[in-house]
Write a protein that binds this ligand. Sequence first.
Ligand SMILES: Cc1cc2nc3c(=O)[nH]c(=O)nc-3n(C[C@H](O)[C@H](O)[C@H](O)COP(=O)(O)OP(=O)(O)OC[C@H]3O[C@@H](n4cnc5c(N)ncnc54)[C@H](O)[C@@H]3O)c2cc1C
Length: 524
Amino acid sequence: MTRDVIIIGGGHNGLVCANYLAKSGMKVHILEKRHMVGGAAVTEEFHPGFKNSVAAYTVSLLNPKIIKDMALHDYGLKIVERQVNNIWPHDNGDFLAFVVGSANLKTEVALFSQKDAEALDRYFRDTRMVADLIRDFLLESPPNAGGGIKDIFKVAKFGNRLRRLPLEDERIVMDIFTKSVSDFLDLYFENDYVKAAFAFDGIVGNYADTKTPGSAYVLMHHSFGDVNGKKGVWGHAIGGMGAITQAMAQSVLARGVKIETDKSIHKILIEDGKATGVILENGAVIKAKIIVANVNPSLLYNKMIDKTHLPADFSRRMKHYKNGSGTFRMNVALRELPKFTCLQQQARATQAHLTGGIVIGPTMAYLDRAYHESKQHGWSPMPIIELLIPSTLDKSLAPEGQHVASLFCQQFDPNLDWDSHREAAAETIIDQIEKFAPGFRDSILGQQILSPLDLERIFGLTKGDIMHGHLTLDQMFSARPILGNGNYRSPIAGLYMCGSGTHPGGGVTGVPGHNSAQEIIRDH
Ligand SMILES: Cc1cc2nc3c(=O)[nH]c(=O)nc-3n(C[C@H](O)[C@H](O)[C@H](O)COP(=O)(O)OP(=O)(O)OC[C@H]3O[C@@H](n4cnc5c(N)ncnc54)[C@H](O)[C@@H]3O)c2cc1C
């Protein structure tokens, strides 16, 4: 039977797209390369008895409309908040914590700078103002360059929304989209520890230093979500990130979507200039009226389609679509909770501090050095590491009394020969944690190492890019993945995109899948 729609890849965006298409009456067929759907948002047993969200590990950006439309709570999704958001251990045995509650946070920041504590209200007002603006335009396609009257109205709507802002707010919007995270934070804060703590989000999934123009937006990209209605907060899905995508899978199955795993697509079948099906790695052909790609745009246009089918200018530019977030990921099974020196030494530390992300990246110089050393040597001997222990909030992940930790590490050269360096880089990461939490190495019962190359091989993430392409101004909004195709349509009739390489980019948001479905429904 010819299905109406084939979706290439069962990542969370493929599942979201399938949901809306099936709801509109289309027969949808998802073909996923791996043995399970979920893409980078999955829970797997990585060591006997120990499960974890093996790639994406924390939730905030998942759009509330999608949670509601797909009834994810009815399919078992439960998201809990961290009791402390993040902590940053310092070399001198102290730490800075982003504790919950604005009064508590002010008290904490005042330990480092009274002036910075007073600046917090202004900082959060300004960044929330921009986050609200982004939220207003999330669930619709950006205006498309070269589009018709509909797109002109969209530009006008966007312009009007900006025009209504007071001048200083317009300046802040401009700052966020153009400045480096370092320059942006200088507008608010003076203390190096405080600045570094905020700057961390500007270099997560962004292979750049804090002085790189545009990195202020990456910070913003991590701030427009919410957990259970609390804006800007990050939480944990009980059962891990796989609980989100398994709930999505159940939701789409209930709508009649067909899901097949272990089906790797080799090429898009193109006949008379139109996408008419897919050719699997085993040579089998499956046809459909509409093909939707959940995969990275580089994978789609540079590997799955012969360039003879693409406009020459388009093809030339897609060859240079920028990938490589510089991310290295480990999962560790732990005999016991780590003993961070700073948490042992400081009287204000509590057990709740271990529920937060523990970030080794205390100063601006540390963050920048990690990037510059990685450019020279592949990675820094003092890498940036976020260690999160989800088993402090979720007993389902590890045997009683034992724990799992996600190590999310930044500034690892995406172009290195990682087959030769994977283990050495992992050793550096463990050594660095050991300096802040003596005994950590001995507590490890098992580990999974995911270099950028492993992220590409296992999850299909080109150069291990967690966002499906850099979140730089030239690859954002109407220009994601490329100007003229920022509306989820490819240059080939019948072929659409629904993954994180489209607006608004990476993260477990579901938004590309949602918006893509709206455009497909509009066309049919
Ligand atoms: C290490 C890491 C940590 C992250 N941390 C977070 C986090 O904590 N919070 C957050 O919100 N985001 C995080 N992200 C980002 C987020 O997970 C991704 O941006 C998001 O999951 C991408 O979703 P997607 O559906 O667009 O694509 P993907 O999840 O990449 O899905 C694409 C699907 O296509 C499949 N596929 C690939 N090639 C083929 C083929 N040839 N044939 C058939 N199928 C194919 C893949 O197997 C995959 O299932 C992280 C990502 C990584 C990698």
